[in-house]
Design a protein around this ligand. Structure first.
Ligand code: DON
Length: 318
């Protein structure tokens, strides 16, 4: 990562070559109108398809933002990686792994399949595994579980984050498939009977409002061993950061994960709101936001941007 390293060092100067490079890539892909905004959650269809934000935050807290980096959108599945980390903090690896696998699945994010040998959802990045992770979040009652979840995301972002209630209710009202998945897991004893609360927690975590800057900050926190580089607050124990990055690397982009690992080569997580977070460990967090999605539910311009960035600046882990 020689090129990126050099650029990161120069981030502070006003005429930052990194900013110029990001502006150039933003301009290059701005006019690509491929893909469609998610509409299966009705409220998401209201997003302006042209929004396009790109942000980088380095582990020393320097930020570069271009385009619509202040535009808020719901975090959606990007939240799953961070909730998996929290579930491990609450229960330890062995217990969490007894409920959720870490195996990539060549199926869509809303797959109803469980691993027949163990009844576990295949991994924490698909909806089934994320609902199982939400079930594991501690708290004496539902409000406390929500409060702990919001505090965790706020620590990653370095600011207080909130749930978009309209999106939350839209998801709750139309989330029959997620409810079916949760019932299937309850049938197999893979989640507890607090199913309605757990689904509400899952719908709320997906409805948290963030910006591309927030995603970059969250990525930078993971890149920085779990400590937010601006506030200095720890969001996750250092020992569990690699667990989160490993599942992002193998499963974060769903049935595109293998191709992503091949072409881009850094751990990442996408969401149907149009966000993608990624992490270059020890260096930088990157966040992109563009709501038009491909058939697999990943942001079209986000993927294009990362591919170009990886080609030009050798982001690849290997
Ligand atoms: O449960 C759902 O379907 C959404 N709340 C999250 C799905 C998602 O973001 C998939 N990502 N690309």
């Amino acid at each position: 990562n020689d090129h990126l390293d050099a650029l990161l060092k120069k981030m502070k100067s006003a005429a930052s070559p990194l900013r110029d490079m990001l502006k150039q890539l933003h301009a290059e892909f701005k006019d690509n109108h491929d893909g469609t905004v998610a509409s299966y959650i009705p409220e998401l269809a209201k997003a302006n398809p042209d929004w396009f934000g790109i942000s980088l935050v380095s582990i020393d807290g320097q930020a570069v933002d271009v385009g619509d980096s202040n535009q808020q959108f719901t975090i959606q599945s990007v939240s799953k990686a961070f909730m998996f980390g929290m579930a491990i903090e609450d229960h330890g690896r062995d217990h969490v792994l007894s409920k959720i696998g870490v195996q990539p699945i060549g199926e869509a994010f809303n797959s109803i399949t469980l691993d027949e040998a163990t009844n576990r959802p295949f991994n924490p990045m698909i909806n089934a595994g994320a609902i199982a992770a939400a079930d594991l979040i501690h708290g004496k009652d539902f409000p406390e579980r929500v409060a702990r979840m919001l505090k965790m995301f706020s620590t990653y972002c370095g600011r207080q984050v909130y749930v978009d209630n309209t999106v939350y209710h839209s998801e709750k009202k139309t989330g029959h498939r997620n409810r079916a998945i949760a019932n299937l897991m309850l049938n197999f004893g893979m989640i507890s009977e607090q199913l309605d609360d757990t689904l509400d927690l899952y719908f709320q975590q997906c409805s948290i409002l963030v910006t591309s800057h927030d995603l970059a900050m969250m990525g930078a926190t993971l890149a920085n061993g779990g400590v937010n580089p601006v506030t200095g607050e720890r969001a996750i124990s250092a020992e569990y950061v690699k667990d989160v990055l490993a599942v992002m690397h193998t499963c974060g982009m769903y049935d595109y994960a293998g191709e992503w690992a091949f072409r881009v080569g850094i751990p990442a997580k996408s969401g149907v709101g149009g966000g993608i977070v990624s992490v270059v460990p020890g260096e930088v967090g990157i966040g992109t936001f563009s709501p038009r999605l491909d058939a697999k539910g990943n942001s079209v311009r986000g993927i294009q941007f990362y591919k170009a960035l990886a080609e030009k600046y050798g982001l690849h882990a290997f």
